[in-house]
Design a protein around this ligand. Structure first.
Ligand code: UD1
Ligand code: UDP
Length: 382
C-alpha cells in the first residue's frame, strides 16, 4: 500500500481526479490536496458534491493571480504539505498552473511523480498550458497517456520507459456519471430547451479571452447564427466580455458555469458544440456530438482526424460556414480508450512498482534525498 498525494486545483482536474481517487483508494492511502486555483462554488465545490469526491485533506486556498505569482504561491504552500506528509508518490494531472507547481514541488523534494494526461501537445508555446505540460512531462517519473499521439510526442522528446497508454479518465468519469446525470439533472427543463434544438458553446482559453479581436469574431459569429445558443460562461470569459462591452443577440443564452451533471446533459442533447475547451472537445466526441473547435490547433488531433471535430479558429466566416455545413461520419473509433483508464492507472501503480523504476517509493525517496548523488542510483537498485 502506497501513500499517494493527489493534486487538483482547476475544474477539469476535479473531473479527472474523481475516478482516479476511487480506483486508488481501493489499495492505497490517498491524500487529496486542492490548490484553490478555482474556488467559486460552481467552479469547484459543485464537482466535489456531484462526483462524490472526498473532501480535500488540504485546501491551499491560493486563489487567482498572475501566472508567476500563482505558480510560486502553490509551490511554496505545497512544499509544507509534502514535507509533513512524506508521500510515496505525487500525482498531477493535465496542464494547469496547479499541475506545474505540483510536479515541481515534489521533484525538488525527490518525491516520485506521475503525470496523468501526459504527452499532449499543441506545439504553441504561447499557451500557458503548453509550458506547463512540457515541464511536467520532462520531470515526471511516470507518464499516463490518453492518446497514442501523446505516446509519440513523449517518444520524440526521449521519454519512453515510463510511459503507459491508459486512455482518458474523463471517459471513465462520463460513463460512471451519465446514468446519474440523466436521472438528476433538470437543466433542459429549467432552461426550456428541446433536445437537438440548440447549440452549446464554451470559451475560456486565454488565447481567445485575452485577445479582443478573436473574442469579437467569436461573438459576431454567435450573434449571426439562427438558433438558440446556450453559453455557460467561465468567469474569465464573463470578465473579458464585460471589458469588451460585447452585445449578445437574444438567441444567445449566457448562463453561469453549470455543474458536471448539467453540463453532461447540455452536451448530450446539443445539436452542435462549439468550444475551446480540451475536456469539452473530448466529451463531444464521446457523446457523438459534432464539435467545432474555436482554436487554430488542438491537442486532441484524433477527434479531427476521424472527422468528428473541425478546427474553425476565431474567424466568424469559418465558424458560420461550419455551423451548418459540418457533418461527421458514422465511424467513431475508440481513440481514447475504453473508459477504464483509472483502474489501469491504479493497476500500473500496484503491479508495476518494480518494472518502471519506482521500486519501493519510500526507499527511492530516502535514497534520492541522500547527500551524495552517487549513492542514490545504487540504493534504488537494491
Ligand atoms: C485554468 C487553466 C486552464 C484550464 C482552465 C479550466 C492555467 C494556466 N490554466 O484556466 O488550462 O483549461 O483552468 O477551467 O492553469 N476565476 C473566478 N473564479 C474561480 C476561478 C477563476 O472568478 O473560481 C476567474 C479569475 O478572475 C481568474 C480567472 O478566472 O483570474 C482565470 O482563472 P485561472 O485559474 O487563472 O485560469 P483559467 O482561465 O481558469
Ligand atoms: N464543465 C462543466 N461546466 C461548465 C463547463 C465545463 O461541468 O460550465 C466541465 C466539462 O464538462 C469538462 C470540464 O468541465 O468535464 C472541462 O473543463 P474546462 O473546459 O474548464 O477546462 P479544459 O478541459 O479546457 O482544461
Amino acid at each position: 500500500m502506497m501513500k499517494i498525494l493527489s493534486i487538483v486545483g482547476a475544474r477539469p482536474e476535479f473531473v479527472q481526479g474523481a475516478p482516479v481517487s476511487r480506483a486508488l483508494r481501493e489499495h492505497n492511502q490517498e491524500i487529496l490536496v486542492h490548490t484553490g486555483q478555482h474556488y467559486d462554488y460552481q467552479m469547484s465545490q459543485a464537482f466535489f458534491d456531484e462526483l462524490g469526491i472526498p473532501a480535500p485533506d488540504y485546501n491551499l486556498g491560493v486563489g487567482s493571480g498572475s501566472h508567476g505569482w500563482q505558480t510560486a504561491e502553490i509551490l511554496a504552500r505545497l512544499e509544507h504539505v509534502l514535507i509533513k506528509e512524506q508521500p510515496d508518490l505525487v500525482i498531477v494531472r493535465g496542464d494547469t498552473n496547479s499541475t506545474l507547481s505540483g510536479v515541481l514541488a515534489a521533484s525538488k523534494l525527490h518525491i516520485p511523480t506521475a503525470h496523468v494526461e501526459a504527452g499532449e501537445r499543441s506545439f504553441d508555446r504561447r499557451m500557458p498550458e503548453e509550458i506547463n505540460r512540457l515541464v511536467a512531462d520532462s520531470i515526471a517519473d511516470l507518464h499516463f497517456c490518453v492518446s497514442q499521439s501523446a505516446v509519440r510526442h513523449l517518444a520524440a522528446e526521449g521519454i519512453t520507459g515510463s510511459v503507459h497508454w491508459v486512455g482518458d479518465v474523463m471517459l471513465d468519469a462520463l460513463l460512471q456519471n451519465r446514468p446519474i446525470a440523466r436521472r438528476r439533472s433538470v437543466i433542459l427543463s429549467r432552461l426550456d430547451l428541446r433536445p437537438g434544438a440548440y447549440s452549446l458553446v464554451t470559451v475560456h482559453r486565454a488565447g481567445n479571452t485575452d485577445d479582443p479581436v478573436r473574442l469579437s469574431e467569436i461573438v459576431q459569429a454567435l450573434n449571426d447564427v439562427q438558433e438558440t445558443v446556450v453559453f455557460p460562461m467561465h468567469p474569465r470569459t464573463r470578465n473579458a466580455l464585460a471589458r469588451l462591452d460585447a452585445q449578445l443577440a437574444a438567441h444567445i443564452r449566457p448562463i453561469e458555469p453549470v455543474s458536471y451533471f448539467d453540463m453532461m446533459m447540455l452536451e448530450e442533447n446539443a445539436r452542435l458544440i462549439a468550444t475551446d475547451s480540451g475536456g469539452v472537445q473530448r466529451e463531444a466526441y464521446f457523446l457523438r456530438i459534432p464539435c467545432l473547435t474555436l482554436r487554430d490547433e488542438t491537442e486532441w488531433v484524433e477527434t479531427v482526424e476521424v472527422g468528428w471535430n473541425r478546427l474553425v479558429g476565431a474567424d466568424a466566416e469559418r465558424i458560420l460556414e461550419a455551423w451548418y455545413g459540418f457533418a461527421p461520419p458514422t465511424e467513431h473509433p475508440d481513440v481514447f480508450g475504453d473508459g477504464t483508464a483509472a483502474v489501469r492507472i491504479a493497476r500500473v501503480l500496484r503491479d508495476g512498482a518494480v518494472s518502471f523504476g519506482l521500486p519501493c517509493p519510500k526507499h527511492a525517496i530516502r535514497s534520492k534525498s541522500a547527500e551524495s548523488p552517487a549513492s542514490s542510483g545504487t540504493e534504488e537498485q537494491s
